[in-house]
Design a protein around this ligand. Structure first.
Ligand code: THU
Length: 189
């Protein structure tokens, strides 16, 4: 396979050459891995292949579990879309990748960047369901790199893709909600 040189379609690198904290070398790995993952898509219905890659913060080691023995820990985890004859049952690449990572023990704080790759000219961004799924485990500052078929990319943060989002940090402690509901009930009794 000839190496793709990934080019930003927009000016985004800072004076140190980083894009949202991601180095050129990390970007190369992120891009290559989501393209490779795309090759493993199961999409006989749409023929629309999507690959996703998750760059892990090297300082984070997931909690060991039964998968750790089977799959060596690496700095990038991947996924591809997996369709189903019952169409709505199909799963997007981003959720396959993130589900794998979470099952391996990763949580919020584990992820440095996300890559998404397709076969089209346009920059394909994660669907609404995937944005919410990713939001559970990414910080709002995490960059999501969207690669087109030529290796050009645009990048947006999680917060930009899902503004005013609902996440685990928004949920108050259950006890607080229980108390508020009991107070409401007492008022109407
Ligand atoms: N798909 C993804 O995997 N990720 C996205 O963000 C958009 C859509 C998949 C779902 C389906 O298998 C195919 O692309 C066509 O919608």
């Amino acid at each position: 396979m000839t190496a793709t040189s990934f080019q930003s379609a927009e000016a985004t690198a800072d004076k140190d050459g980083l894009i949202h904290g991601v180095s050129a070398q990390e970007l190369q790995i992120l891009g290559e891995q989501c393209i490779e993952a795309k090759g493993k898509a199961y999409c006989p219905y749409s023929l629309f292949r999507v690959g996703a890659s998750l760059l892990l913060n090297s300082t984070i080691t997931p909690a060991p579990n039964h998968w750790s023995d089977t799959y060596p820990l690496s700095h990038v985890l991947t996924g591809a879309n997996i369709e189903n004859a019952a169409y709505p049952v199909g799963t997007c690449a981003e959720r396959v990748a993130m589900g794998t990572a979470v099952h391996l023990g990763h949580r919020i704080g584990s992820f440095k960047a996300v890559g998404v790759s397709t076969d089209i000219e346009e920059f394909c961004s994660p669907c609404g369901m995937c944005r919410q799924y990713l939001r559970e485990f990414l910080s709002l500052e995490t960059p999501i790199f969207m690669f087109n078929r030529e290796g050009k990319f645009i990048v947006r943060t999680m917060g930009e893709l899902l503004p005013l989002s609902f996440g685990p940090d928004v949920l108050p402690p259950r006890e607080q909600l229980r108390k508020a509901q009991e107070e409401d009930k007492a008022k109407t009794a």
